[in-house]
Ligand binder design. Sequence first.
Ligand SMILES: [Zn+2]
Ligand SMILES: [Zn+2]
Length: 368
Amino acid sequence: MSEKVNAAVRIAPQTTEFREYDMPEIEDDAALLKVEVAGICGTDVKFYSKPPFEGPCIMGHENIGYIAKAGKTFQKRRGLKEGDLVFAEHYVGCMDCEFCHAGEYRLCMFTDWRKFPEGLRFGYTLAERAPHLFGGFAEYMYLPWNSILHKVPDGLSPELAGVVTPMANGIQWALFDCGVGYDSRVLIQGPGQQGLCNTIASKQAGASLIVVTGTSKDVKRLNVAKNLGADVVINVEEEDPLEKIMEVTSGEGMDVALDCTAGAGTIPVLLGIEALKRKGGTLQIQGEDVPDFPNFPLGKIGNKYITVKAARGHNFLSCELALKQLNSDRFDIGQITTHKFGLKDTHSAINAVGGSGEVIHVSLMPWS
Ligand SMILES: [Zn+2]
Ligand SMILES: [Zn+2]
């Protein structure tokens, strides 16, 4: 009898079924990942309730694990061997387009699962597709030749390395996309794992003023934001955020406004536009959940000469820098990794994210 791999499979909205798959044969140019930590983010919460496509799917797109088996060609090409701890990006690139060559796998057609279903993306691929193990909510994950892998630095635990995705997004959005640097004034809306990692990235880059907003359920998270370097935190249910921002900037406003909220609709965009400085600020938007925006203040974007940037994951370099950042002891990342669940508790683990204000980052650990 062949060896089996346990996986938590999303089969319908809010429904997980445990299935066993055959341990896959590993081709010469491929490898097998023993999943240690699958981080859970707001996207999982959204897609667990409203699956983006029909059919069974092993979710889990923020995956850290040990190389359990590796083909000879894989080892030679990738410089990785069995026993190495790696972060596997959820993008699996074509490796041949202009974006892949630039390390911008997030923009490759092959990773655009909405428009290109033949593409492959960990956590977003039908479980029917052989060899099935294309998500982190499972004991093992199959790594094809074109997986994007980062070696986890020595000394960094799998659980802390599990924060790499939000950290990479923080570096990508705040630094690379919005140009946060020395003396920048940054507004970060939403103190979840994403907002907190943008706080760390902005602080590390030299921002002189970091303002983080949240609601009454975020009291603990706003506190953590302060500990990680926010200069001002605002509970928008208790204080007028725009008034407060103008007060702490002597009426000048912010250089950059980042939206790290979930399900807040058009509000963060409107506040961001108002809170930005008189001319030349940068507004980062999420957009996915706000397909229509009646009365969008386009005139103000023009008048204030605002640059609008869409948040779209992370590139190769931001992942490398994120792992370095997590491995430094400059910021206490332990304040972010608040909850751990085993594979059997996948359903509760997903629903825990965005549930209570106590939860910041959830690690699904299939072997615990
Ligand atoms: Zn995610
Ligand atoms: Zn490509």
